[in-house]
Write a protein that binds this ligand. Sequence first.
Ligand code: DAK
Length: 264
Amino acid sequence: MNEKWLKIGDSVLYRDDLETSTAIIKISREKQLNALNSSVISCIEQALSEIEKNKKIRSVIVTGAGEKAFVAGADIKEFQHFSENEAYNLSRTGKEKLFNKIANFSKPVVAAINGYALGGGLELALSCHIRIAVKEARLGLPECTLGIIPGYGATQRLPKIIGKGFAMEMILTAKIIDADYAYKIGLINHVVSSDELISKTLSITKLFNNTSPEALSLAINSVNSCFLSDADNIESRNFASLFNTDNFKEGINAFIEKRKSNFD
Ligand code: DAK
């Protein structure tokens, strides 16, 4: 496994795991518990743009540096003096550059939650397609205790993931929950020990290599559309458009020829 990390800006590390065709993005502001500031957001965006173009990379893991935090929130010190207008612009830019970009990414993105995932940190994990957390992880949305609401998508994504009742409770009470409870309510897909976090996550991303990249991209798009009024049509259109792909022909031929498919 190639363990060499590249630095993107001052607070994001990046490496490819060639064996599983997975890119790993590590937020690296350990002293500030990996709090998200504008620079971190831009660096992740930069990494995602490169990953999007790289056909050898089939999936992405987002994690945090150190054992304490995935991301302890948006950087409170950065937005504390913002006006209403600045807050609105920060919200739109952050969503465009990072949160919506991840949610609508054409390759699967998995959050490997290595500790606190609070506020904007939990919102980052919610924008990922799958969440895996260590036993020690603590998750919550403390925004209302700061006089704001979650503004990077949690009021929209959380109810769709865990249901409106649990989402309301988490947002309104601002309570911080542990990984076992998060698993019980469907907020995370798996709970693992901290030394297993990356290997377990890679064992999941490895499975994506048995699938067609175009199928995964349109599966993400279809699932993301599940609450839209024309979701049923979106699914049919996405389904039909895959019949034009070489990978569909390869998948079907491999089945008929009783061999493993070799997707491009
Ligand atoms: N922002 C900035 N710095 C943070 C931070 C954060 N969210 N969380 C921790 N840090 C910094 C601390 O200030 C401290 O820095 P120094 O004082 O050493 O310089 C350092 O990280 C270590 O933290 P602690 O000393 O507090 O560590 P403890 O182990 O004692 O406590 C903790 C760990 C996670 C319980 C505690 O750090 C904590 O409560 N952190 C804040 C958690 C929080 O409230 N997070 C939610 C932030 S609000 C927006 C959209 C969304 C949002 C904002 C805007 N727009 C659309 C515009 C989201 C808002 C949030 O995420």
